[in-house]
Design a protein around this ligand. Sequence first.
Ligand SMILES: [Zn+2]
Length: 159
Amino acid sequence: MPPRSATTPRLLIRSSSIHAAGCYTLDPIPRGRRVLEYGGARISKDLADERYADRPVTYLFGFGDKGDVIDGFGTAMFLNHSCAPNCQTEESGGRVYIRAIRDIAANEELVYEYNLYDSDEDNADCYCGAPQCRGTMFSEEEVKRQARRKARKLARASL
Ligand SMILES: [Zn+2]
């Protein structure tokens, strides 16, 4: 039998102080280990917009360069955002995986940076509680883009 750390870690979904429910590991995970796949149907961005127009909560994951999204279904959709992540996502062969970016102890919550983008909402406040919390789940590029858009709006309003 290989040691437990060499196999797939056992994961548990339970309530989280960050947001509703979170995904915890019951086993230590070494840095660099691929933990799980972000599973779900592949749909177009247009279909996603249509399907979730009226829903406040979605588990959509943009990937690839054609603007497709994964309509999250499975364990990975329970991973919360944190500004101090212990995991990151990676694309490989049209699939998206969650990988540990540092050694993770048993009973830690698995988190990664959502780097949200392309949102009509101004509000993606972060409550991760990390000392370096950026206060938002948007990517830094998206924060800059929104600031530029706001500045343009203000400039127009003052004409
Ligand atoms: Zn944060």
